[in-house]
Write a protein that binds this ligand. Structure first.
Ligand SMILES: [Zn+2]
Length: 150
């Protein structure tokens, strides 16, 4: 069913970023390296199983996936007050289900274009240290697990 074999999949072979949260279904990572150079508040929710399309998931798994995306989005909004959150699930390069969750700011390197377009200007500094944002992501899942939130 998948468009590329699991054996060559980088999201099966590796974590795909700095892992902040692991659940039985997915992991939440912060993207590092060149992909995040211009947009450091760039996170991903990566489904653990090698499925290509969102509709490959069961109804319950689709809910779990999007609840995770929404939780991550809420944390970025609270921590960074971005102009907009961009959600994207492309998978053209890596056909292993993952959602990009990116805090965007007016005046950032691509705004208002997608981050995959040609850059228009230099990178914009974030309003808050990424360590603090990462810690808030970890805390959001810890609180949800213990029933203190949601
Ligand atoms: Zn994979």
């Amino acid at each position: 069913m998948s468009a590329a074999p699991q054996s060559t999949c980088p999201l099966c072979a590796g974590d795909g970023g700095l892992v902040l949260v692991r659940t039985p279904n997915y992991r939440v990572v912060r993207v590092e390296g060149d992909d995040a150079a211009l947009h450091p508040a760039f996170y991903r929710l990566i489904w653990n199983a090698h499925v290509a399309e969102f509709s490959d998931l069961s109804a319950a798994d689709r809910v779990a996936c999007m609840e995770g995306v929404a939780r991550l989005e809420r944390v970025l909004r609270e921590q960074l007050a971005p102009t907009k959150i961009n959600l994207a699930s492309l998978g053209n390069m890596v056909p292993h289900l993952h959602w990009h969750v990116i805090a965007r700011f007016e005046g950032d390197a691509h705004f208002p274009a997608p981050i995959w377009a040609a850059p228009r200007r230099e990178a914009l500094a974030l309003p808050r240290a990424l360590d603090a944002v990462d810690q808030a992501v970890v805390a959001a899942w810890a609180e949800a697990t213990t029933g203190a939130a949601d």
